[in-house]
Every structure is written in C-alpha cells, then in structure tokens.
Design a protein around this ligand. Structure first.
Ligand SMILES: Cc1ncc(COP(=O)(O)O)c(C=O)c1O
Length: 479
C-alpha cells in the first residue's frame, strides 16, 4: 500500500512505502493531513513529529472512489506508533510471497519447528472436538491443564505452584505481554539483555515503560555480565527479562551465572524477573536448564513463562502459560478476562496430552531435539570453516546467531554496498535465495539469525548457497 501524506493547501505531497503496510498498489490509500505546523519541516522531521503528536487528524479516501469521497479519521494511537512491527514476521511473509511467486527461496527465518505436532498430542485435540470440549473454558485455563502444569513445574523445574498461580494463554507471547502490562507503570524501566527476542522491547513500550537494553558479547556466549546489570539498575527498574535457552543466540545461562544475577536482583525490592523458558526442552547436553524461580529468594519475584509451541511443535495451537506469585498472576488473569478470555479448549486438551508424555516430553521430544542437535553441529562446523565469520556455539533452541560484520562495507557489483545486517540479508536473499533475519531486529546489527528448524538436506543446500554468495564478495577484513 503506497501512502502519500499531504496538506491540501500548503504542504507538498510526499509519497512513501509504509513498512507496516506492504506495497500492494491495488489497495492504495491517500491520507490528507491538516498540519500547518508541519509546513516548515523536512519530511523526516514531519515523520518524527508525527510520532510525537498525541493525535493527528488524518483523513483517508479509497483512490478507487475519487468522486464519492468518504472521509475517515485513520489516525493511530501514539502507543501503536511507538511500536515497531516484527521484522521476523515481515521477512517470513516476504519470503513466503517470493516462494508463492515461484522463486525457489529457502526459508530459514521463521521461529517454528519444522516437525508436525506429535500424533498423540494431535489426537487429543481431535478427541476434544469429538467429545464436545468446544465451549469457553475458564479464563485462567482448565483446572486439568493448570494442575498438569503445576506437576510439570514441580517435577522438572523444582518450583511449587498451585493452579491459582497459573494463567494459560493463547501462546507464551500473550503471557509475556500480559505480565509486562500487569507489573509496569509508565516510566518504569524494563532491563533486556541484547540480543533479545524481538517482542520484549516492544511489549515494554506497549506498557508505556522504557526498554533498557544491555549488550552482551559473542565472546561471552551472549551472556549478561552481572556487573553491567548491577550498574544499570535504578529506582525505575521494574522488570528484568531473561530468556534461556535464548532466541536468537541459543545461549543457555549456567546455574552459577543465574545465581550471581539473583544476588544482584535480591538487593532491589522493586525489581521483578520475567524468565522466558519456552525453549527449555530444546537443550544440548552437557548444558542444563535452571529455572530462575528455583533459586533462593527468587520465587517471590519471578514470573516464569513457558509454552507448547517449540518443544512440542505446537505453534499453531497457540498455547502458553505463566506461573508466579498470586497477586501478579491474578492481575494477568484480569487483563486476559477483558481481552481474549481463556485459551482454546481444544488446544488445552492437547496441552494436557503433551505434559503426560513423560519427563521433558519423553522420547517424542528427545527425538526432535536429537535432530536439532545434528543440524546445529552441521551448521556450526560448516560456518566455522567460512572466512570472516564468528560463531558462539548454541547450547539450546534452534537458532545460530552468526557475526558476519566483516562483510559490511563491501561494495557488490549490481547490488550496491553491504552496509549492515539488513542489507546483507537482502543480498543473501537476492543472490542466494535464502531468507534469514538481520541481527538488528534482535538488537545486534553485527549478526544474522539462521533458524535451523529445517531438514539437514535443506540446511546443506542453504549453506552452499550462502557460502557461494559470500565467497564471491570475500570479507574485507579477515577475522
Ligand atoms: C523467546 C520466545 N518467547 C516467546 C515466544 C512466543 O511463543 P508462543 O506465543 O508461540 O507460545 C517465542 C516465539 O517465537 C520466543 O521465541
């Protein structure tokens, strides 16, 4: 959709492609903005001012009905304007569109397992429909599922909860957003180690809180330096978000490091921790998972998030949950009661079936983890032999976050300059037809994320394509 901003009297008409809206010319809309205060501003500053204004009076009309103008105020809330759209979703959609147009793109951008939901879980969902479990379920989730979650958390994570300390949602994403909305007040700071999962900073913004990004180093396996954390805690710090195993780096926080972080957190009564453990089961020995809430003194201030999407290959079922002290969980429940209500009754039956598969998902999950590990080993070895790349071997999840920054600054004939992670991804899509996600989406522009939720054969083919595309331009400064 192309959009033009213009003032009918004295502001020149300016066209731009909206990153929010794609570029479908069939649905062209033009917006008339009556903003005389913009008249002396450049387009860039107009855009900036646009973000800052509380409301903008904007009128739209469909171009196709030029004679019969229907004027509609299409302005958006400043909250929405402050949020960036998800780059992973944008790239996945773009690659899908290319594939649908017949371009043989290999898609390694999405964050979902390539496996089907295990049959035994899927059957439980089918049976739920057959048996009439098709009505609204309790807002916080069925007692059956919350009881199964309590059992899992006790047995696998060493943390005790009662069902009223659990809220089941439509995916862990909803659980996280609700938690951030429940505990953050305007102006609060949310501490997020980078590289981070794309949604954390945006969720903080949605809560009118300020994301405070703490960089980590590839040489430290992208793990947060406790001293850096300590020096960034202020009286405004309300929430620290930890993700282990991590998306996008695959790093796993060792227990000793978590203990150090816990000691720092314990000194700050206002500071809570959201521990995103959604990749918990996708972990490669000898790495082990530690739940932050299991550490001394941390239960009272930790919100543990987990879900079914990754380990159980259930992304489409939309099922996740949060566990924590009752007052915080009751607040999450209240938000959910006024937005989506309970998760799908069918998915919840499938969730129960997933949780009774055995410790850490039993054989069903361990066979998928075995395949992920094989792929990780292949990619780490292959990319490790490429000139000009730095890798930290992932200990969990199904992503590789590779530093390709030695390729930045190169001028490529017929393409232009590779300036950053985004242009390198564009180059690799154009030249190698492999879709990857630029690291700047995760707060680290030196890297690119490769999802290895694809068959080994597909990964071998993608590696060859990437290698060919990179070899033809060679790194400017060998690392
Ligand atoms: C780190 C992390 N947390 C949470 C989620 C949300 O998962 P879902 O909403 O599918 O349960 C994702 C999905 O990509 C993720 O990578």
């Amino acid at each position: 959709m192309a959009i033009s901003l213009h003032n009918s009297t004295n502001i020149p008409r300016v066209g731009f492609a909206s990153p929010f809206l794609g570029s479908n010319s069939a649905s062209k809309v033009s917006i008339s903005v009556s903003l005389n205060s913009f008249s002396n501003l450049s387009f860039k500053s107009v855009e900036t001012s646009r973000q800052q204004l509380y409301r903008i009076s904007a009128m739209s009309k469909a171009e196709s009905s030029s004679s019969n103008q229907v004027k509609v105020d299409i302005s958006l809330s400043p909250r929405v304007n402050s949020v960036k759209p998800s780059k992973t979703v944008a790239i996945t959609d773009h690659a899908t569109a290319l594939a649908q147009a017949g371009v043989p793109v290999i898609r390694l951008a999405a964050g979902e397992p390539d496996f089907d939901t295990p049959a035994i879980i899927a059957e439980a969902g089918i049976n739920a429909i057959r048996e009439g479990y098709t009505r609204y379920s309790p807002n916080a989730g069925t007692l059956e599922l919350r009881t199964a979650i309590c059992h899992k958390l006790k047995e696998e994570n060493g943390i005790s909860y009662t069902p009223d300390q659990i809220v089941v949602s439509n995916g862990a994403k909803q659980s996280i957003l609700q938690a951030v909305l429940a505990v953050c007040s305007p102006g609060d700071e949310v501490i997020i180690p980078a590289p981070y999962w794309v949604s954390y900073p945006e969720m903080a913004r949605l809560a009118d809180a300020t994301p405070v990004i703490l960089p980590t180093l590839i040489s430290d396996n992208f793990l947060l330096d406790p001293e850096l954390l300590e020096s960034n805690i202020t009286e405004k710090s309300r929430l620290l978000i930890l993700c282990s195993p991590s998306n996008p780096t695959g790093s796993v926080y060792p227990k000793k490091l978590l203990e150090k972080i816990a000691e720092i957190v314990a000194k700050n009564p206002r500071l809570l921790v959201l521990s995103d453990e959604i990749y918990e089961h996708i972990i490669y020995a000898p790495a082990t998972h530690t739940s932050f809430a299991s550490l001394p003194g941390m239960w009272e201030r930790t919100l543990t998030v987990n879900g079914f999407s990754k380990a159980f290959a259930m992304t489409g079922w939309r099922l996740g949950y949060i566990a924590g002290p009752k007052n915080f969980i009751a607040a999450c429940n209240k938000i959910q009661s006024q937005s989506t209500s309970g998760a799908s009754s069918i998915a919840q039956k499938a969730g129960v079936a997933a949780l009774v598969l055995g410790y850490a998902g039993g054989e069903v999950v361990s066979s998928m983890v075995k395949a992920f590990r094989e792929r990780r080993d292949f990619l780490v070895k292959s990319f490790g032999e490429l000139e000009g790349v730095k890798i930290s071997e992932p200990q969990g999840a199904f992503y590789l976050f590779i530093d390709f920054s030695s390729y930045y600054g190169l001028e490529v004939e017929g393409f232009g300059k590779i300036e950053n992670s985004e242009s390198l991804c564009r180059y690799l899509l154009d030249e190698g037809q492999v879709a990857l996600v630029p690291g700047d989406a995760f707060g680290d522009d030196s890297c690119i994320r490769i999802s290895y939720a694809a068959s080994l054969t597909t990964l071998q083919a993608s590696f060859e394509r990437i290698k060919k595309a990179l070899i033809s331009i060679r790194p400017a400064v060998p690392v």
